[in-house]
Design a protein around this ligand. Structure first.
Ligand SMILES: NC(=O)c1ccc[n+]([C@@H]2O[C@H](COP(=O)([O-])OP(=O)(O)OC[C@H]3O[C@@H](n4cnc5c(N)ncnc54)[C@H](OP(=O)(O)O)[C@@H]3O)[C@@H](O)[C@H]2O)c1
Length: 251
């Protein structure tokens, strides 16, 4: 079976690790990136060196025109889209009394609206209603969606709560059209999003004490769970939220 996978935010962290591992399992991979031109090209080169097929597509997930172009270019280069991972995301730390409308709008534009528009484009292509062959989608949410996030992360948590609610609704709509949609909720994972803070020993110790496994996660541990949700091995699972968080948080 032809497997064409588009990954947003695919040049770093969880998205890049998912891209590398997907390519070794027979997916043709389109990885989107915003500013990380060299990193995106390095992931493509790694995949090609191992005999896989990949392309890198620049685009800002807060811009609808970029999203439309990205889906068109993916299919032109790699064939009909069968799988999508929405990993592009930004975090923000601000207490409620520090909220800034522009920062909130940017957060929701990238983490929620961009992700929803990517799902729209995927649905239009994958739906059996439109002569598509079905497909599978994974939205990268966060454990922050469950508890409101760590202190100062309420706005970020709100975007991920929206991702989960949207995922459930979309999954119910698309189930009879051959599309499965799930979200994954990573806990604290070592990536470029978190590494600066995790380098502070006191912060890291506090985080590790709050995780039942007493350690942060690694990108490959999230990528493997994403790949399982994309695969036919999870064929009866849709509208689910999978926590990948070392047991959750002790609060
Ligand atoms: N690391 C964690 O502890 C953790 C926990 C829970 C959930 N998550 C979620 O996991 C996902 C991946 O994050 P990560 O941890 O792998 O961190 P990361 O390495 O920072 O990856 C996020 C990627 O998204 C890209 N991105 C941001 N805004 C974008 C935009 N407007 N258009 C296109 N790409 C954009 C970033 O590229 P640019 O820098 O070029 O914009 C970056 O490559 C995110 O959705 C994040 O919220 C992470």
């Amino acid at each position: 079976m032809n497997k064409t996978l588009l990954i947003t935010g695919g040049a770093s962290g969880i998205g890049a690790e998912t891209a590398r591992r997907a390519a070794t399992r027979g997916y043709k991979v389109a990885l989107n990136y915003r500013s990380r031109d060299a990193q995106a090209k390095a992931v493509v080169a790694d995949i090609e060196a191992k005999g896989g097929q990949a392309i890198a597509l620049p685009g800002d997930m807060a811009r609808e025109a970029d999203i439309l172009r990205m889906f068109e270019e993916t299919e032109r280069a790699l064939g009909p889209l069968t799988h999508l991972v929405n990993s592009a995301g930004i975090s923000a730390r601000m207490r409620v009394d520090e909220y800034d409308a522009a920062a909130l709008n940017r957060l929701f534009a990238v983490n929620v609206v961009g992700l929803m528009l990517c799902c729209r484009e995927a649905a239009r292509r994958m739906s059996t209603k439109n002569a598509g062959k079905g497909g599978a989608i994974v939205n990268v949410s966060s454990m922050a969606a469950t508890l409101g996030g760590r202190l100062g992360s309420s706005a970020y948590a709100a975007t991920k709560g929206a991702v989960d609610a949207f995922t459930k609704g979309f999954a119910r709509e698309a189930a009879v059209e051959g599309i499965r949609v799930n979200s994954i909720r990573p806990g604290m994972v070592m990536t470029e999003m978190t590494e600066a803070r995790l380098k502070e020993p006191a912060f890291r110790a506090g985080i590790e004490a709050s995780i039942p496994m007493r350690r942060v996660g690694q990108s490959h541990e999230i990528a493997e769970a994403i790949l399982w949700l994309l695969s036919d091995e999870s064929s009866f699972i849709t509208g689910a939220m999978l926590d990948a968080a070392g047991g959750g948080y002790i609060i």
